[in-house]
Design a protein around this ligand. Structure first.
Ligand SMILES: [Zn+2]
Length: 143
């Protein structure tokens, strides 16, 4: 039986301590991310499998970091100095999804963005620009 744990980025960073990318000091995430091609991904593949993490887009439209090697929807990799446990899958939730209202240009982030997208988004409106009647009709509820 495998364990599955979720955490936010800050907790992950403090727990597993990613190492800086020694090839590109200007890498994404303040120099911690590794690219999916060339010398950088080659360096990733050379690491202990329990220190490799993939960064990519989830089915929920948000960015995640997952423990272990992977390549579907990948955007980059991380290498941590602390390995994850053999029997544990870790998912880091970046909560970076946002919905931008085309009507009034308001951004709704994370869970609020999902809710607007699923309700008022169908009418190309958001809680900032929709009438009370439309909010009720769309079944939008605040987070
Ligand atoms: Zn709006």
């Amino acid at each position: 039986m495998r364990n599955f744990i979720e955490m936010d980025f800050d907790t992950w960073f403090e727990t597993y301590k990613p190492m800086k990318n020694p090839i590109d000091p200007y890498a994404s995430f303040d120099g911690y991310m590794f690219e999916t091609y060339g010398d950088e991904v080659a360096l990733v593949k050379n690491q202990d499998p329990n220190r490799i993490w993939m960064y990519g887009d989830g089915d929920d439209g948000e960015g995640h970091i997952w423990s272990g090697w992977g390549y579907i929807n990948r955007l980059g990799y991380f290498i941590t100095t602390i390995p994850f446990a053999d029997d544990t899958d870790v998912q880091v939730n970046m909560n970076d999804y946002y919905y931008n209202c085309e009507n009034c240009n308001t951004d709704w982030e994370g869970e609020a963005g999902h809710r607007v997208n699923d309700t008022l988004g169908l009418f190309y409106k958001c809680p900032a620009c929709a009438s009370d009647a439309l909010i009720a009709e769309s079944k939008y509820t605040p987070v």
